[in-house]
Design a protein around this ligand. Structure first.
Ligand SMILES: [Zn+2]
Length: 303
């Protein structure tokens, strides 16, 4: 179990080699290695609907995830763009029971964080990750979810009005899990907010949907090791004091954080990882999320 656990006290070169080796192992375990190694499938975007709002446009699109499967996405683009300005962007990820629209709903556990980011001049893209069926033969549930998130990044990178160096991701619960995976596995991601998810796999074996599991995962890592793949890029985990002992309990989050921090320290960025503990429950802390992305992604705006 956990054969690829991060060992503290490595040189930056050793830590980076550990990350590269673990990513390769995880791509194989996720049954995505063939997609990673193959030339990218064209995005083949199709526009379904477009609405103009004050300060932004909101579009529903479809795009190719693999050669044989298309996905739906909800996109917001700030307006008033001039030719020299490219915007930061965030991939926004929902949890169980939600969909790509949920992250825009203000009166929900998501606090409308995607809409709020749009209001702060950032592009967003939201995709569905809540399915519990495997779509294509030879794939895994978590693999298909992660690949769809990664294709959302590919779409952002392809937009001339998006700054490819300032792309983040954020999510709550299952969305926090997918933000963890996306930050870990896609180096385009410059900053991550993972809310309502930081814990240990032992805890997730209890009283939770087991859709996080797949063959070979626990043999390689615990969640802390996956988060350590994001180092030295900025990472904010959020856990609420209202989460009970069988949920995403703050003491377990602190325990997991202590196992992420060594990778950040070894890679020279001990301040880049944080656990934001808030007074709420299983929900986004919106002010902390906005402050984080304001610091990490929007700082270069208008530069
Ligand atoms: Zn599930």
């Amino acid at each position: 179990m956990r054969a690829c656990r991060y060992r503290a006290g490595q040189t930056p070169a050793e830590a980076t080699a550990w990350q590269q080796d673990l990513r390769a192992r995880l791509w194989r375990a996720l049954q995505l290695e063939d997609l990673v190694l193959a030339p990218p499938v064209p995005l083949a975007e199709s526009r379904v609907a477009s609405e103009s709002h004050t300060g932004f446009t909101r579009r529903q699109i479809t795009l190719a995830s693999t050669a044989g499967r298309r996905i739906e996405a909800l996109v917001t683009q700030p307006t008033g763009i001039n030719a020299t300005q490219a915007y930061p962007a965030v991939v926004c990820l929902h949890g169980h029971g939600g969909d790509r629209f949920a992250v825009h709903e203000a009166g929900s556990i998501y606090k409308g964080f995607a809409a709020a980011l749009t209001g702060h001049g950032m592009a967003t893209i939201a995709v569905d990750v809540g399915q519990h069926e495997v779509y294509e033969p030879g794939r895994l549930l978590m693999g298909e979810r992660l690949w769809d998130c990664r294709r959302a990044v590919d779409w952002l990178v392809a937009q001339p009005w998006v700054d490819a160096g300032r792309i983040g991701c954020a999510g709550l619960s299952l969305g926090g899990e997918m933000a963890m995976w996306l930050g870990a596995m896609d180096p385009h991601i410059a900053a991550v907010v993972s809310a309502g998810f930081l814990t240990t796999m032992d805890q997730m074996e209890q009283n939770h949907c087991l859709c996080w599991r797949f063959d070979g995962l626990r043999e390689l890592v615990d969640y802390a090791d996956i988060y350590a793949l994001t180092a030295p890029r900025p990472l904010q985990c959020q856990n609420g004091l209202g989460e009970g002992p069988t949920q995403f309990h703050v003491p377990l989050a602190r325990q997991a954080l202590a196992e992420i921090e060594p990778a950040y320290a070894d890679l020279g960025a001990p301040q880049a990882v944080s656990l934001h503990v808030h007074d709420g429950g299983h929900e986004i802390d919106l002010p902390a999320l906005l402050a984080f992305f304001g610091d990490e992604l929007a700082a270069g705006e208008n530069a």
